[in-house]
Design a protein around this ligand. Structure first.
Ligand SMILES: [Zn+2]
Length: 339
């Protein structure tokens, strides 16, 4: 018949799982099936010691021993305290291990989801290029706001997309950030508009804390625009992705800039944060550059000649219309259809 301390069942931790803890705490296990131990102070017993006098209670992972004799009680208590503290450490470390394992598996599932989305978008690319075909000439022709200023003043249109008091970074070079004298590169839109010439070849589509001199992410106040570009798709191809984002996802296209190089940049009003990660995976699948998903990533400002190519950085498309208020809901709906 099963000894009383083994009856009842209901252990979450199997009895044999406590054996290493017992050994670690100096308890000699005589019978691991019947859970019998040698009393740690057997020599103090005043009457003969029977085989089942000192027993082990697995106690759901926090084992205790019990001896029928009383003369050894102080020693048994000391062992039980050691067992308790040792089990707590084991429980804590196993809880931590389980937590790490859960986190790892959630990350893997998340990564898998992203990859699946990216692969699905990659499969969609030929269809997107065909269905939403929007070559450079058509983009120019479709601009809702007429672009009438000379190209040397095109930076004004981009600055007009911001609010007057927004602090915006512009630079002639990308590395004009991070040192105290770079504070002059962080000025309000009003300030930049007050200058005769284009303030630089680059601009950041986010706004910054006043008085700073670094384009670090923690200095970003608002991510106002998401700039989409592709190094892989041609100038007559990438428009299809812009149009798909506009028509299918409801993203509000504000401007398209010819970078004077191989690519075009599309400025969209920043979509809701909940969509960003899925959108990034989708755009990656559509051969677009994920760099612009970084909060403080600069891009080309129209209004200057690009040194390497000798061609103008030029605005092709502009929409100065106010933001449609229902856009976010439509976007979420479109995105849920995709995923
Ligand atoms: Zn004893």
């Amino acid at each position: 018949m099963m000894p009383p301390h083994l009856r009842g069942g209901g252990f979450h931790v199997p009895p044999e799982a406590v054996l290493p803890t017992l050994t670690a705490c100096g308890v000699e296990v005589i019978d691991s099936t019947l859970l019998r131990a040698r009393c740690p102070a057997e020599d103090l017993h005043t009457t003969p010691t029977g085989p089942g006098h000192c027993v082990i209670f697995p106690n759901d992972g926090t084992p205790r021993i019990f001896c029928h004799h009383t003369s050894c009680a102080a020693h048994v208590d000391a062992v039980n305290r050691r067992l308790w503290s040792c089990s707590r450490r084991l429980v804590r470390s196993s809880t931590m291990a389980a937590h790490v394992a859960r986190q790892r598996s959630a990350q893997q599932a998340h990564q898998h989801e992203r990859q699946a989305l990216q692969q699905r978008a990659a499969r969609m690319l030929p269809t997107v290029l065909e269905k939403f075909h929007w070559p450079l000439d058509a983009i120019e022709a479709d601009s809702p706001t007429p672009i009438i200023l000379p190209v040397t003043q095109h930076h004004r249109y981009i600055l007009d997309l911001f609010d007057d008091k927004d602090v915006v970074w512009t630079g002639q070079r990308l590395n004009q950030t991070g040192l105290p004298w770079h504070d002059v590169r962080f000025r309000t839109v009003n300030h930049w508009l007050g200058r005769m010439r284009c303030p630089g070849a680059f601009i950041c589509p986010s706004t910054f804390v006043p008085g700073i001199y670094s384009r670090a992410t923690h200095n970003v106040v608002t991510r106002k625009f998401l700039v989409v570009e592709s190094d892989k798709l041609g100038r007559d191809e990438v428009g299809a992705v812009f149009r798909m984002l506009q028509k299918q996802f409801g993203l509000h296209l504000r401007a398209v800039v010819d970078t004077g190089g191989r690519s075009l940049h599309a400025w969209f009003n920043m979509p809701p944060a909940a969509l960003l990660e899925g959108l990034e995976a989708t755009l990656l699948g559509l051969d677009c550059d994920p760099a612009m998903f970084r909060p403080a990533q600069p891009c080309r400002l129209p209004g200057v000649v690009r040194e390497k190519t000798g061609r103008c950085q030029e605005l092709l498309y502009l929409d100065l219309a106010p933001v449609p208020s229902s856009a976010a809901g439509a976007m979420l709906h479109a995105f849920s259809q995709l995923v």
